[in-house]
Design a protein around this ligand. Structure first.
Ligand code: ADP
Ligand code: F6P
Length: 324
């Protein structure tokens, strides 16, 4: 028989993402509507191990749906990657009467969620990362806000780049995943997009294209470079030396992680947060909420973590066609 969950804990873990507050709000309000108590766990797994646990009411999440960041704060916690840390985490949950947890974060956070679940604490993951790099889901909370923030910033760089007839290398976030770079590359009409999944390091090819583009009459040359490739400043120096065209590097950085969440992020976060509570109320554990083929679904955490995802080749090819 399904175990009845009486008290749900909610935490955010790993890199923050706009829309995490909307997800927390949804967990709190969906749980309270079912007569389930909610406790907020501050600073991810680190706060769990420090017993930074607060009671949450419906009003605890008032005025948060529109706020970036996470009201529960977030952290990375090495201690929780150890068996002792995980056992302590489960023990603290029991001590505080927490029999279900919603973990809002990325793959690393879901690994931790799987461990808690194996230790008898019903646990559900909600995908929250600007990187869109969780294989089981077509959407991750924060991506839409991050790409729109980056797109606006790149438009601004493009204005000055055109005025000065320069080449601009703009570095966007994504250490292992090029989704932000690909989307901005398409949305901003970049001449080249360097993705961690695809770039072969052929800088001469970039240089040749910049020279060709200038001959064609292009006034600027925007190269979107993903963080995982990096080295934007030194790349700019080499390109300027080889082409004679003034080249500047701009690293957008953590501004992409902040700001007011877009409508899309608020809505997906709200539905995913509420779905996580439904799963816990049904007695389920070790699941990740996902969005796939137009529907909200859920997967076993280990199966989800074993899935792989790659940049869609057709989208990458279309981006290249547009930059001719
Ligand atoms: P994300 O969740 O965004 O992928 P991280 O990879 O930094 O971010 O993971 C967030 C946290 O999840 C880590 O600091 C750690 O506390 C926990 N975590 C990551 N991997 C594991 C693991 N294998 N076992 C237990 N906890 C983990
Ligand atoms: O996972 C989100 C992300 O912003 C990545 O794109 C980036 O590589 C990483 O987090 C940076 O994390 P930190 O907060 O440690 O700078």
């Amino acid at each position: 028989m399904a175990k009845t969950v009486k008290t749900i804990g909610v935490l955010t873990s790993g890199g923050d993402a706009p829309g995490m507050n909307a997800a927390i709000r949804a967990v709190v309000r969906a749980a309270i509507a079912k007569g389930i108590k909610v406790k907020g766990i501050m600073r991810g797994y680190a706060g769990l191990l420090q017993e930074e646990i607060i009671d949450m009411e419906g009003t605890s999440v008032s005025d948060t749906i529109n706020r970036g960041g996470t009201i529960l704060y977030t952290a990375r916690c090495t201690e929780f990657t150890t068996a002792e840390g995980q056992a302590l985490g489960a023990e603290i949950c029991r001590k505080h009467g927490i029999d279900g947890i919603v973990v809002i974060g990325g793959d690393g956070s879901f690994r931790g969620a799987g461990k808690l679940s194996a230790l008898g604490i019903n646990t559900i993951g909600v995908p929250g990362t600007i990187d869109l790099d969780i294989a089981c889901t077509e959407y991750t909370i924060g991506f839409d806000t991050a790409v729109n923030t980056a797109m606006d910033a790149i438009d601004k760089v493009r204005d000055t780049s055109t005025s000065h007839e320069r080449c601009s290398i703009i570095e966007v976030m994504g250490r292992h995943a090029g989704y932000i770079a690909l989307w901005c590359g398409i949305a901003n009409g970049a001449e080249d997009i360097l993705l961690p999944e695809r770039y072969d390091g052929d800088e001469q090819m970039l240089i040749n294209r910049i020279i060709e583009n200038r001959k064609k009459g292009k006034k600027h040359n925007i190269i979107i470079n993903a963080e995982g490739i990096g080295h934007s400043a030194s790349m700019a120096r080499r390109i300027e030396a080889a082409t004679g065209i003034e080249t500047r590097a701009t690293i957008l950085g953590h501004m992409q992680r902040g700001g007011t969440p877009t409508c899309k992020d608020r809505v997906y976060a709200t539905i995913m947060g509420a779905k996580a509570v439904e799963l816990l109320a049904e007695g389920k554990s070790n699941r990740v909420v996902a969005y796939k083929n137009g529907a909200y679904v859920d997967f076993d955490i280990q199966e989800a973590l074993a899935m792989t995802k790659d940049i869609p080749e057709d989208q990458y090819n279309i981006s290249k066609l547009m930059s001719r």
